[in-house]
Design a protein around this ligand. Structure first.
Ligand code: GDP
Length: 300
């Protein structure tokens, strides 16, 4: 989802010299394949958006896969970028790198100041390793590798599988299917009380390209949050989704499912200071994503 949004935005702004590979064409966890790719293509600018990602259930069920695959992708790509003289690399992390009980909103300086949240610790450790790989390669080799920490993303090309997806696509699908099947109940996981912030993936792509074009590692200093700085409860999100989809039944909460971290609202003042602000409102973004879902995903 993140990589294809960056590609769409680069194409629509007139770039014709793009090199990319799908998951099936290039296995980024394989060092030999990554080395051969960089030696052949010699990219100048790299957006490292590839990652194994998933929602709360997938993260807590397959922690070994999340830590192994993400560490391998980052180590292979960042090292190959250095070896092949990449001018600039942008690494995408995640807001789950912050300690579970860090003060809100989350400032960049809170990294590694406390224990991580259990449900996504494996993924968070891998993403923290990616940030530090960039930092230490810059320190030792003088590279210009920057990192960004986007908040929860949503938009076209999201994963709508109910077992492995994040909350936004899961709720879209659940409410849509309940509406068309005339069901009167939708089950939302957890208590509905955790707060989450959501950023449309097109806004995230815009921010990444803006940072790639305008700022260096020395300006950014380690990494910068990308978000909107506003959050809402999962219960409020469920009501908003029901309204947009047109579902009129009941919403039930399954408290046997985990809540995850209570809140992870990003402090986006550093990003604002660098001259970028999100444009797509939550409602507009969900409406647009629902239109995409109806055209591309829904089960008829
Ligand atoms: P997180 O932000 O890493 O915790 O990942 P998720 O997007 O998977 O979950 C966010 C919150 O939404 C958690 O409190 C979940 O329990 C809650 N949630 C409610 N219903 C669902 C659902 O159907 N799927 C998912 N993935 N999360 C849900």
């Amino acid at each position: 989802m993140a990589g294809s949004a960056i590609k769409r935005k680069l194409e629509s702004s007139g770039h014709t010299n793009l090199i990319y590979r799908s998951h099936a064409e290039l296995d980024l966890t394989n060092q030999e394949e990554v080395t051969a790719f960089f030696e052949k293509e010699r990219p100048e600018y790299v957006f490292l958006a590839a990652a194994k990602v998933g929602g709360i259930l997938a993260n807590s069920t397959y922690p070994a896969e999340f830590i192994y695959q993400n560490l391998m992708i980052e180590a292979n790509v960042i090292h190959a970028a250095y070896k092949n003289g990449v001018k600039k690399l942008l690494f995408l992390g995640s807001s789950c790198i912050y300690p579970k009980l860090a003060p809100q909103p989350l400032k960049e300086e809170y990294l590694l100041t406390g224990e991580l949240e259990e449900t996504n610790e494996a993924y968070a450790i891998a993403k923290i390793a990616g940030i530090r790989l960039c930092k230490h390669y810059n320190q030792q080799y003088g590279t210009n590798f920057i990192s960004v920490m986007p908040t929860n993303l949503y938009g076209p090309n999201d994963n709508f599988d109910l077992q492995t997806s994040h909350v936004m696509p899961a709720l879209m699908r659940k409410f849509h299917e309940a509406k068309i099947k005339n069901e009167h109940q939708v089950i939302v996981w957890g208590t509905g009380k955790p707060r989450r912030e959501f950023l449309h993936v097109d806004d995230m792509a815009d921010a990444c390209i803006y940072l790639m074009e305008n700022w260096t590692y020395n300006d950014i200093e380690e990494f910068v949050n990308i978000g909107v700085g506003k959050d809402l409860t999962i219960c409020e999100l469920a009501k908003l989704m029901a309204d947009i989809v047109g579902y009129k039944g009941t919403i039930l909460f399954d408290t046997t499912k985990p809540d995850g971290t209570p809140q992870k609202r990003l402090d986006v003042s550093k990003l604002h200071g660098l001259g970028w602000d999100a444009r797509i409102s939550l409602r507009d973004g969900i409406v647009q994503t629902y239109e995409w879902y109806l055209e591309n995903v829904q089960t008829k």
